[in-house]
Design a protein around this ligand. Sequence first.
Ligand SMILES: [Cu+2]
Length: 440
Amino acid sequence: MWTRRRFVGTTLATAGLGLAATRPAIGAETTREAPAGTHHHPATEASNPPYTPVLTPNGATLPWTMKDGVKEFHLVAEPVLREFAPGMSVKCWGYNGSTPGPTIEAVEGDRVRILVENRLPENTSIHWHGILLPNGMDGVSGLNQPPIRPGETFVYEFPLRQNGTQMYHPHADEMLQMAVGMMGLFVIHPRERREPAVDRDFAIMLHEWAIHPGTYRPDPAVMTDFNIFTFNGRVYPGTDTLVVRTGQRVRVRLGNLSMDSHPIHLHGFRFFVTGTDGGPIEPSAQMRETTVNVPVGSTRDFEFVADAPGDWILHCHKSHHTMNAMAHDVPNTLGANQKDVARKIRELLPGYMAMGESGMSEMQHMSQHTKGPENTLPMMAGVGPFGNIEMGGMFTILKVRDDITSFEDPGWYTNPPGTVAYPLRRGSTGRRTEGGHDHS
Ligand SMILES: [Cu+2]
């Protein structure tokens, strides 16, 4: 009891401590700009860390400095301009110039100190989701601590007593602050390298947004009708590909602080769900899956060996979540003859095209030839080696390649001859007789 009181007292006494690093002015909307200063990247700090560093596609890992045996991090809560994909930038709030904020990475047994500076126009706080810590560090403003007022810096400090994929987010004006992007992942590695060790470890925060066509600000009042769905604050075709060498063991960590669950599906492999925000799952209890549902306020880790080369997609299986700027409040035109009505509308609106009679894939064709509202992405996008991909939103491509030495995007997969689906020619028996349509 006494220890805990003293611990909290010390922490509050150091709150508001001045920082030498230069930062953008309060309210400045920055792109990804990490705080300047004398930080070291974990990889250079410890020459042989007991873990494979986490990769945050389209994001970053938060640097830290070691001070008196404590790993010290600095998070700046601030407005950020986030490009969701070329052609759409959104006025969000986040941390250190980005939404989601940078991934915090540490090791079980570490003591961490996290300085949280508020450069927002209103109060904030941070809750360390899933982390076992003293009550006064839990970050619920009004209950566990006073709010962090604009211009103030608060200090959170606690030992890490567990390992797993955790998260951070505000617990002050929570509905608005999360709707506009304030969240990040907090990865705690086990103290000893767990075998089999993974070679590639990806961390992806799932989120959904209501950004009305032609606008720049997420609408925090929307409760169910979201129209933009992101992996680490990006939508396809703006999402980084995940590049892996054939035979590597891969872990993907998924976090969800949005208003819906997201069943994330991987093509080409079966994986084991190995962890939640409650920590690692015992091997005997791990489920073999190809889709993992990530409930709201949860994380899920899965692992697999990437033993099949190719371009395999990773996406949310709610099909509206792989669309951009999806409108839901529209009449159903599937199968409806629209010729006469289209002619009448064209008299009032030259260039009008009736759509949806035989499906929606023409949406991508239309978006390639006509301009939509300002700052609004087409519903479907992406062109692959065989044509339009007709996707958006929570969608990316896992590229598994033999013998690569670089993890830069290797381009499209070259299929071995005779392994690509092909059209049945009229009069043919259906058996492949020649050539085929392999992409090479
Ligand atoms: Cu989804």
